[in-house]
Structure formats: structure tokens, C-alpha cells
Design a protein around this ligand. Structure first.
Ligand SMILES: Nc1ncnc2c1ncn2[C@@H]1O[C@H](COP(=O)(O)OP(=O)(O)OP(=O)(O)O)[C@@H](O)[C@H]1O
Length: 464
């Protein structure tokens, strides 16, 4: 373990690839944000570091600066400019939704950042409120460009469930059909982010992300409906969300859009101030990082949070699940239609090339592969008349193991926070990977739950 020039403070965010920490340069005392990415394999690290070096040459007041990157063990540390107010998604957590003038300001600055990136031949690929950062002085900066995208191009990310597809342009999902994609994917995501800012959530957030992946390239683009929105914002969203990428305006031309003319810095600065006051009155408990960093790199005051993930008895009392949806989920046994939906959404993916979506092609393939293997194993067991097997291989519905993934998808929908959703996706991913090499685990879990249900049916009432 090497000496580092930074002292790590609290964990301020958790992304798909790792945690973000506030950190201080021990000599200059300057504060930075450091993204810690768990790479799990070393071969891609060199090219990632190269990429960060390249990105660190970028200079624009509308993008967060990359300062440097280093590696320790299997983790890469990306040192970035610190944006003290976090992301626009953090702001939305407090204010729920933004007025059109506020959203116009955020989008204007985002478009300036995108214009800069596009002139540098860089496509962001992941524009969403969570990647639009805000400084203490109410400056808005595009963050997280490059890093996530570059990881996408390595096998690290392809093995993993990443993000959610709600902001994703159709051509990223159906690359073959569109013959690739370019910077205009960022214009699509800007349209979705505009809706997210004024409504608090992107369109179709209540949908199953697995189904979304297949629907985005097929369905009509989302529109911003309702009398409370001006025709300018509706038109702006419509212009960004053109199915055909060549019909979308460039970032530069969108800067002259009538909606953008509404942008008011003063309003936004007031909002940032009021959120700051709110956060001072209700300080956030620092997040417990997912990945360990060497404890002697950590500031003493923050040690406790870094150590929590080592403590299996750590009891975080936050209620993470949307129990309101419990009733609708309990309306009776899951219908056949539900099963078919799951199957058909998996089946529809076969002719699509999927990249950085909530459910990757690899994950879907491994689900299919794992299930095929599990079915084969079960068939084999049954053909040998092994009476202990509960699996009906010729069942017209899902095989036993698939039920687990179906249920986990529903659990995903019930999770309230983004972080919990991610954890559920990770769980699905871990199961899929294990299932791939050792078919039968998912079926065994479902069988045990079914057995338990049969034996203890009445005691399975609401035990929450
Ligand atoms: N430079 C920064 N300054 C201050 N806070 C930051 C900075 N970068 C990220 N954060 C905080 O960390 C959170 C998580 O960021 P991160 O980029 O890891 O996640 P994400 O964008 O949600 O997911 P992904 O891994 O797909 O990029 C942000 O929402 C923000 O609150």
C-alpha cells in the first residue's frame, strides 16, 4: 500500500462503478472529489489511466476538471474538481422539481459543457441530473464524462449491470439498426434530463428497466404533457427527442432555443442557497462506501463510516422499500401474462446490440444461458426420475429459477432509492454470474421458498 497525497474524507456519492469521496490535498489543503473505481482486473487499467490523462487536458468552466488518476491494488482513483453542492439529482432530492426558468439555466450550462465536449470529439453518453454537478457558487458543470464511457468499452463494464436506460438514446440500444451512434445521443439525454428536472423524475421511471431497454427504440419518444408547461419547453423536449439522430439540433444551436432564453442565473443561485440552508439544518449522514480504501488514507473523523461496511451487525434503520406498492403486488398469484412478459422481453433482445443499459446484453444472454443450462440440468435430473426435483421442465410458464429473477425485478421496482435499486441489480448480476457456472442455484432458492410457504403458509402473513 502506497502513500498518497490526499486525505480521504466522507463518501459523498455512490455510482455504478464505485464511490465518490471528498478528499483534501495534504499539502495545498485544496478539496477534491475522488472517484474510486473497483476494476477487478488489471489489464484495462493502463488504458483507463491514459484516457484520464487525456481528459485532464480539457478545460472549460462548464465541465468538471479531471486532475489525475492513480491505481492502488485493484482500484483506480480519479481525482476531480470538487463541486460542493453535489449533483442536480441531489438538488432534486430537496426541491422535488424545478421551475422552467431553473431547468432552463441548468440545461443552458449543460449544453455549453456538451458543446465543448463535442468540439473535442468526446461523446458523454450518460447525461442525466446525477451527472450535472453544482458548485458552491451555483456554477453548473457536466461531470463524469469519459470515465463511465471508457469503462463501458472494457470488459469490466460489460460483465456488469450498469445504470438504468431511462436517459438512453434509441441508437445506443439498437446500435445495429442505426449503424452506430455519435454525439447526438447526448442531445436525446438532454431532452430526457429536461423532463427529469421539471417533473423530478425521467419519463417511464415506473417501468421495468428490463422492458424499457427494448421499448426505447420501438416506441414514440416521450413528450412533456400538461398545461403547466410552456410551449417552449415542450418544443425543446420534442426537438431533442427526435428518433432520427440527424433530426436533432446540435448543442450549439439549442443554446439559441426560445426555452433556453428563459434561463435565470439569479433564480438558480437562490435555489442553491436555500438548498445549502436546508442541508445545514438537516445534515446528511455520510454514506457507507461500498469498496474499502486503505484506512490510513482516511481522515480520523470519517473513519467510522469507512469501517461500517466491515461490521455485519451494522444496522441502518432507513426504510428502503416502497411498501406502498406492496398491496398491488399482493393482488394475487402472479398471472401468466406477467411470466410471458418477462420471457418476451428477454426474447426480444436477441437481435439487438446493447451497450450501457440497465441490463446489458451480456446479462440478458447470461440469463438466457443460465436458464437454458438450468433447464438442461433439470431435464436431465427428471429424465433420470429423480423424485427430489421440483422443477417441471415442460412447464408452459417460467422455469423455477426464472421466477427468482422475475421477483427480483419486482423488488427492484419497489426499491425507493437509486442506491438500493443498484444493490438489487448487483444481486441479480451476482446470481446470474454464479448461475452461469453452477446452474441450479436460483431454482434451489425458489424451491426452498415454495417449500417453506407450503409448510408455514399461515405464518407467512405480513411480518414487516
Ligand atoms: N466532482 C464531484 N464533486 C462533488 N460531488 C460529486 C462529484 N462527482 C460525483 N459526485 C457525487 O457523487 C454522486 C455519484 O456520482 P457518480 O458519478 O459516481 O454516480 P452516477 O453518475 O450516479 O453513476 P455512474 O457510475 O453511472 O456515473 C453524484 O450524484 C454526486 O452527488
Amino acid at each position: 500500500m502506497s502513500e498518497v497525497k490526499y486525505k480521504f474524507g466522507e463518501c459523498i456519492g455512490k455510482g455504478n462503478f464505485g464511490d465518490v469521496f471528498k478528499a483534501t490535498d495534504k499539502t495545498t489543503k485544496k478539496v477534491y472529489a475522488i472517484k474510486v473505481i473497483n476494476l477487478d482486473c488489471s489489464e484495462d487499467m493502463g488504458s483507463l489511466i491514459q484516457e484520464i490523462r487525456f481528459l485532464s487536458l480539457f478545460r472549460s468552466p462548464f465541465i468538471t476538471r479531471y486532475c489525475e488518476a492513480f491505481i492502488d491494488d485493484i482500484q483506480m482513483y480519479v481525482v476531480m474538481e470538487y463541486c460542493g453542492r453535489g449533483s442536480c439529482s441531489d438538488l432534486l432530492r430537496v426541491v422535488k422539481r424545478m421551475s422552467e426558468t431553473l431547468a432552463a439555466f441548468v440545461i443552458r450550462e449543460t449544453l455549453k459543457g456538451l458543446h465543448y465536449l463535442h468540439t473535442q470529439q468526446k461523446v458523454h453518453r450518460d447525461i442525466k441530473a446525477a451527472n450535472i454537478l453544482v458548485t458552491d457558487n451555483a456554477e453548473v458543470k457536466v461531470g463524469d464524462f469519459g470515465v463511465s464511457g471508457e469503462i463501458t468499452d472494457t470488459h469490466i463494464k460489460r460483465k456488469t449491470f450498469v445504470g438504468t436506460p431511462f436517459w438512453m438514446a434509441p441508437e445506443i440500444i439498437a446500435r445495429k439498426k442505426y449503424g452506430g451512434y455519435d454525439e447526438r445521443v447526448d442531445i436525446w439525454s438532454t431532452g430526457i434530463t429536461t423532463i427529469e428536472l421539471v417533473r423530478g423524475v425521467p419519463p417511464l421511471l415506473d417501468q421495468d428497466p428490463m422492458k424499457m431497454v427494448f421499448q426505447i427504440p420501438k416506441c414514440e419518444p416521450p413528450i412533456l404533457k400538461g398545461d403547466k408547461y410552456s410551449r417552449y419547453i415542450k418544443l425543446f423536449v420534442k426537438d431533442c427527442l427526435k428518433m432520427e439522430p440527424k433530426d436533432r439540433p446540435t448543442a450549439q444551436s439549442l443554446l439559441r432555443h426560445p426555452f433556453i432564453m428563459n434561463a435565470l442565473f439569479v433564480e438558480f443561485a437562490k435555489l442553491v442557497e436555500s438548498v445549502k440552508r436546508h442541508q445545514t439544518r438537516n445534515p446528511k449522514t455520510p454514506k457507507v462506501p461500498r469498496y474499502k480504501i486503505p484506512l490510513d488514507w482516511v481522515n480520523e473523523d470519517d473513519l467510522i463510516h469507512h469501517q461500517k461496511h466491515d461490521n455485519p451487525n451494522w444496522d441502518d434503520k432507513r426504510i428502503e422499500w416502497d411498501f406502498e406498492t406492496l398491496k398491488s403486488l399482493r393482488q394475487g398469484p402472479i398471472g401468466k401474462q406477467d411470466y410471458i412478459d418477462v420471457k418476451s422481453s428477454i426474447g426480444n433482445g436477441s437481435n439487438m446490440q446493447i451497450d450501457t443499459v440497465g441490463v446489458t446484453l451480456v446479462a440478458l444472454n447470461s440469463l438466457r444461458g443460465a436458464m437454458a443450462k438450468a433447464a438442461a440440468v433439470n431435464n436431465n435430473i427428471n429424465s433420470h426420475n429423480d423424485k427430489t426435483s421440483l422443477v417441471e421442465p415442460k412447464s408452459p410458464r417460467l422455469c423455477t429459477g426464472e421466477v427468482l429473477y422475475f421477483c427480483l425485478q419486482r423488488v427492484y421496482l419497489r426499491a425507493k432509492s437509486k442506491e438500493t435499486k443498484r444493490t438489487v441489480l448487483e444481486l441479480i448480476n451476482v446470481l446470474l454470474q454464479y448461475e452461469d457456472s453452477n446452474p441450479g442455484l436460483s431454482a434451489a432458492i425458489v424451491e426452498e421458498i415454495l417449500k417453506f410457504g407450503k409448510q408455514n403458509g399461515s405464518s407467512l402473513e405480513d411480518t414487516r
